[in-house]
Design a protein around this ligand. Structure first.
Ligand code: P6P
Length: 335
């Protein structure tokens, strides 16, 4: 049996389909996969190393940074600074964007936004976590260092997006606008191999993912939708199954494969929801649309939302197209 394609072999094979030059995408994804292999190694030893738990500092979101958040952030930043045609990055763990100005990096064409470890508080309890990344071509002149305007973009301008899920196996899933493909890491070889070619999300599923612990603070529309999921007053005519890991990449990945909807709505006290537009919602929205699904904030397509600040939050309804439409309609009907 022939080995499946490695990530690099796949990129070369698909080279004429993407808007990157021959080596750029390989090097960009090469930097990301290098850092993800290092993070994979540390996560898999988390219980044996003093690398879990709080780092004793908070990020700009006011969230306790976990030691692995800080470690992973540095690894992705180093890899992208040294190898990736990148003039600057934005990260959940950085207050502001970071400009790479050494050895002509500032002239590079791409900017990358990433959440180095999403759901990191789950590491201590062995629940899957993930890295999410988003790639844009810079807008500003490459005669000057990168600017904030290179990051405050519409999600529809992304040239690539992806995530790594550190779960029962470690997988990289990405899109360049030509469909979605998944690669599974073989640690014995140190390679990502094509395992999920041309991923498509089912038009409809029977899984809803939402933190019902916040239900008493939900809008009437959200409460109505929740009731419909439980009573079976849904498209499928029967109750949905509740699945909520509390790790966005894990919930998203399961729904991408099985069909379903993930919702992090706005609710009393959390007017814009919790998830960040730049390095969580936009990349996953690009992926889900490329896989035939949809993503909105309950009203507007995520990829069309205007971004006014780097760590801007937005509500997120993402998954099977028919289920997202159903949720939007039910929630509007009760407003
Ligand atoms: P809650 C993890 O902290 C995270 O950012 C996402 O990975 C996850 O979907 C969400 O927050 C969970 O938030 O409020 O339900 O605990």
């Amino acid at each position: 049996m022939i080995d499946p394609l490695t990530l690099n072999e796949f990129i070369v094979k698909k080279q004429d389909e993407v808007q990157f030059s021959s080596g750029e995408l390989s090097q960009l994804l090469g930097a990301i996969t290098l850092a993800s292999k290092i993070v994979h190694r540390e996560i898999n030893k988390a219980g044996l190393l003093d690398i879990t738990g709080s780092a004793g500092v908070q990020n700009i979101q006011g969230e306790d940074q976990q030691k692995l958040d800080v470690y992973a952030n540095e690894k992705f930043k180093q890899a992208l600074a040294l190898r990736g045609h990148v003039c600057g990055i934005a990260s959940e763990e950085e207050d502001d964007f970071v400009s790479f100005s050494n050895n002509n990096q500032s002239l590079s064409k791409y900017v990358v936004a990433y959440d180095p470890i999403d759901g990191s508080s789950n590491i201590d309890v062995n629940i899957p976590v993930g890295t999410i990344f988003s790639i844009y071509k810079r807008k500003s002149s490459n005669e000057k260092p990168v600017e904030i305007s290179d990051f405050l973009r519409f999600g529809r301008e992304q040239v690539a997006a992806g995530y790594v899920i550190y779960g029962s196996s470690t997988m990289l899933v990405y899109t360049t606008g030509q469909g979605v493909n998944g690669f599974t890491f073989d640690p014995s070889v140190g390679e990502f191999y094509l395992s999920h070619e041309n991923m498509r999300i089912p038009e409809r599923g029977s899984i809803y993912s939402i933190n019902e612990g916040n239900a008493d603070k939900f809008s009437e529309g959200a409460k109505c939708y929740l009731e419909a999921c439980k009573s079976g007053n849904t498209l499928s005519g029967k109750p949905y199954s509740a699945r909520y890991v509390g790790s966005l990449v894990a919930d998203f990945h399961r729904n991408l494969i099985k069909g379903g909807i993930f919702i992090y709505p706005s609710y009393r006290g959390v007017p814009n929801g919790k998830l960040r537009l730049l390095y969580e919602c936009n990349p996953l929205a690009f992926i889900v649309e490329q896989a035939g699904g949809s993503a909105s904030d309950g009203n507007t397509r995520i990829l069309d939302l205007t971004m006014n600040e780097l760590h801007q939050r937005c509500p997120l309804f993402i998954g099977s197209k028919e289920m997202v439409t159903e949720a939007e309609n039910l929630m509007r009907s009760e407003i």
